[in-house]
Design a protein around this ligand. Structure first.
Ligand SMILES: Nc1ncnc2c1ncn2[C@@H]1O[C@H](COP(=O)(O)OP(=O)(O)O)[C@@H](O)[C@H]1O
Length: 190
């Protein structure tokens, strides 16, 4: 099993690239943001637990997110690998994933970060907010909260994966195809 963690700030293009990578490498794409949004839309118990946090741009508590993620992984155990998009986002989540994957005989293969300047990313999110219907993309204040959350809670994962020699970064500025190429060259060399 090959397990890739796609990493990057809000708006970095994880979702867009995941669509290509999952096809090319036959991976099961697990986007925690998408799973949460599905639950919000259907007003499930999980959606009810996540809504306030998501609407404010804050992270959903770790227990809720991790339980959901493990549930999703367990639904796809026959896969050739997972593409984690939006998880882990905190050190606790990274440790939880490192504890869980061995129980299914697996581990994180690599983490790949899509890098771009904040200014470009905020502009992208506001543009996306015009059509996506995502409340958290339409309000600069909420976008700022997401960046704060990223800097405080998610950025420390870079050091965590570097220590394990599993961290790779690619330039996230360029055409969609160019960035896909950069990502595939990292994956092909793993
Ligand atoms: N791993 C996670 N831990 C906690 N909350 C999460 C996680 N993944 C997604 N969320 C919640 O879902 C929201 C949207 O996620 P996502 O679509 O990945 O956002 P972004 O565009 O900011 O990268 C986050 O702001 C957060 O509230």
């Amino acid at each position: 099993m090959i397990n890739i963690v796609l990493f990057g700030k809000p708006g970095a293009g994880k979702g867009t690239q995941a669509e290509f990578l999952k096809e090319k490498y036959k991976l099961t794409h697990l986007s925690t943001g998408d799973i949460f949004r599905f639950n919000l839309k259907n007003d499930t118990d999980l959606g009810k637990k996540a809504r306030v946090f998501m609407d404010n741009g804050e992270l959903v508590p770790c227990e809720v997110t991790t339980a959901m993620l493990i549930d999703e992984v367990n639904k796809h155990l026959d896969t050739e690998g997972f593409l984690f998009d939006g998880y882990p986002r905190t050190l606790d989540q990274a440790r939880a994933l490192d504890e869980f994957l061995p129980t299914i005989g697996s581990s994180v293969t690599a983490t790949i970060a899509l890098e771009a300047d904040d200014e470009i990313l905020v502009a992208r999110l506001l543009e996306r907010g015009k059509t996506s219907g995502r409340a958290d993309d339409q309000d600069e204040e909420k976008i700022r909260v997401r960046y704060q959350e990223y800097n405080e809670k998610t950025a420390p994962l870079i050091g965590y994966y570097k220590e394990q020699n599993k961290f790779h970064a690619v330039n996230g500025i360029g055409s969609i195809e160019e960035i896909t190429e950069r990502l595939t060259s990292v994956i092909d060399n793993l």
